[in-house]
Unconditional design. Structure first.
Length: 222
C-alpha cells in the first residue's frame, strides 16, 4: 500500500516536475489542491530552509498527513543574492514569470559578473512538527536575453555552460538530472527507505486525531 504524501503547492509546473522525479517511488503524491481550499502558509522566512519548512509543516498540520514542500530560487552574485527568497515575487506579489525575468535582466544590464545559482531546499514534515531536509544547488550564468520556451520561472535566462543551453532549452528529463531540485530529490532518493521508516515511526507515535478543517478555516491567518 502506497503512503500518501501531500505536495504543498498548486503550481502545475512544479507538480509535474516532482511527479516526474518521484514516479518510481512507493508513494502517492497528492497535490494540496486536491483537498479543497485550505489557508495558505505565511512565507516570511529569511532563508529557503525557513520557507520550505513553513509550507510543509503548515500543510501537514492542516491535513493530518505527511507533507513535502520545497522553497527554491535564484541567487545572483552581482546582486548580493537577489532575488533569493523573493524569486517568485521579484517584480511584485502577483508578478508573472516573464515580469520577474524581465526585472532581473534590467537590473543586470551592463554587469560583467553574471554568475548565479539555483538553490532548492526540500522539507518533509509530519503534523506534530518534526521534518527532514534535503538541499540541492545548480550553478550557471545569467544570459542577456531570454532563450527557449520550456520550463518556467527564470529558466529562459539561466545558462549552463557545460550544456551550452539555458534550462528552457532542454527537455524536462534532462533538466531534472542536473537541476537544483533534481539534486535535492536525488539526496532524498538515496535515503528513501530511511525516510519511509522515519515517517512510519513518527505517525505511529503521533496517532493524530482527524483534523478539524473548520478550525483552520475560521482562524485568523493574516
Amino acid at each position: 500500500m502506497k503512503r500518501i504524501i501531500v505536495l504543498a503547492t498548486s503550481n502545475k509546473n512544479k507538480i509535474k516536475e516532482f511527479k516526474s522525479i518521484l514516479k518510481d517511488f512507493p508513494i502517492e503524491i497528492r497535490s494540496v489542491s486536491e483537498f479543497g481550499p485550505i489557508p495558505s502558509p505565511i512565507e516570511d522566512g529569511l532563508t529557503f530552509d525557513d520557507n520550505a519548512y513553513k509550507k510543509a509543516y503548515h500543510t501537514a498540520r492542516v491535513l493530518g498527513l505527511p507533507a513535502i514542500a520545497d522553497d527554491s530560487g535564484l541567487v545572483v552574485h552581482a546582486l548580493d543574492g537577489e532575488p533569493g527568497v523573493f524569486s517568485a515575487r521579484y517584480a511584485g506579489d502577483n508578478a508573472t514569470d516573464d515580469e520577474n525575468t524581465s526585472k532581473l535582466l534590467e537590473k543586470m544590464r551592463g554587469l560583467k559578473d553574471r554568475r548565479a545559482s539555483f538553490k532548492c531546499v526540500i522539507s518533509i514534515a509530519v503534523p506534530s512538527g518534526p521534518a527532514l531536509t534535503y538541499e540541492g544547488q545548480c550553478d550557471g550564468v545569467i544570459t542577456t536575453e531570454k532563450r527557449g520556451n520550456q520550463g518556467f520561472g527564470y529558466d529562459p535566462v539561466f545558462y549552463i555552460k557545460e550544456l551550452g543551453k539555458t534550462f528552457a532549452e532542454i527537455p524536462l528529463q534532462e533538466k531534472n538530472s542536473i537541476s537544483h531540485r533534481g539534486k535535492a530529490l536525488s539526496e532524498l532518493r538515496i535515503e528513501f527507505d530511511k525516510v519511509l521508516k522515519w515517517l512510519d515511526q513518527r505517525l505511529i507515535e503521533e496517532k493524530p486525531e482527524k483534523p478539524d478543517h473548520n478550525q483552520f478555516l475560521n482562524n485568523d491567518w493574516s
